[in-house]
Design a binder for this molecule. Structure first.
Ligand code: ZN
Length: 206
């Protein structure tokens, strides 16, 4: 193997180890529990990235609630990170896992579904719900209840659109018409976009 390839492979491995550690921190909090879960996932998950992420989910679920908050960073970025960590700690494990797999690991809805045992449509809906829950937790409000009979269809379409998944023409038209007519789904749309921007930027920067 030419020496340049060693550098490329070492860089790729370092990026995977970093991703795994950040994912575990998001799921169990910063501290020894996250490092242990990441090490265990590397040992058990096999060489493939999805296998390692699957093992990380199992290791973290076994340790959920064990970790600490970690050292707060200074300034506005630190305050935002603190609020996000606090809000995430109020979500269910699966909701934190959905958000971390999408925004830290950048997995597609199909890949996330394969790890969590959901189909792609179910993953989009669950992710949309997780983002609505995150925004509600950030604001200290209860998530809005579903009075709209089309809320699941709308939330799934909103989440797919937000994640850059191309909706087919009729579904896209339906969503735009529905959002114009349904105040509840229009608020859910705003909540998903705000949570995605906030959690996505923090996850990319962390
Ligand atoms: Zn609606």
């Amino acid at each position: 193997m030419p020496p340049a390839w060693h550098g490329v492979l070492a860089g790729k491995l370092a990026a995977q180890v970093d991703e795994l550690h950040r994912l575990c921190e998001r799921l169990v909090g910063a501290g020894p529990a996250a490092a242990e879960a990441a090490d265990e996932a590397r040992a058990r998950g096999g060489p493939e990235r999805l296998g390692m992420l699957r093992a990380a989910l199992a290791s973290c679920q076994a340790r959920a609630g064990v970790g600490g908050a970690g050292e707060p960073a200074a300034g506005i970025a630190g305050a935002v990170a603190g609020e996000l960590r606090n809000a995430l700690s109020r979500l269910a494990f699966q909701e934190r896992a959905l958000l971390a797999l999408r925004d830290i690991a950048g997995l597609s809805h199909e890949e996330i579904g394969a790890l969590l045992g959901l189909d792609a449509a179910g993953t989009a809906l669950a992710l949309g719900r997780a983002r609505v829950s995150l925004r509600a937790a950030l604001r200290g409000e209860p998530p809005e209840g579903g009075r709209c009979g089309d809320r699941e269809r709308a939330l799934s379409a909103i989440e797919r659109r937000c994640d850059g998944v191309q909706l087919d023409g009729p579904e896209d038209d339906w969503l735009l018409e529905h959002l114009a007519a349904c105040a509840e789904c229009a608020r859910a749309h705003a909540a998903v976009l705000e949570a995605a921007a906030c959690h996505g930027a923090w996850s990319a920067a962390a």
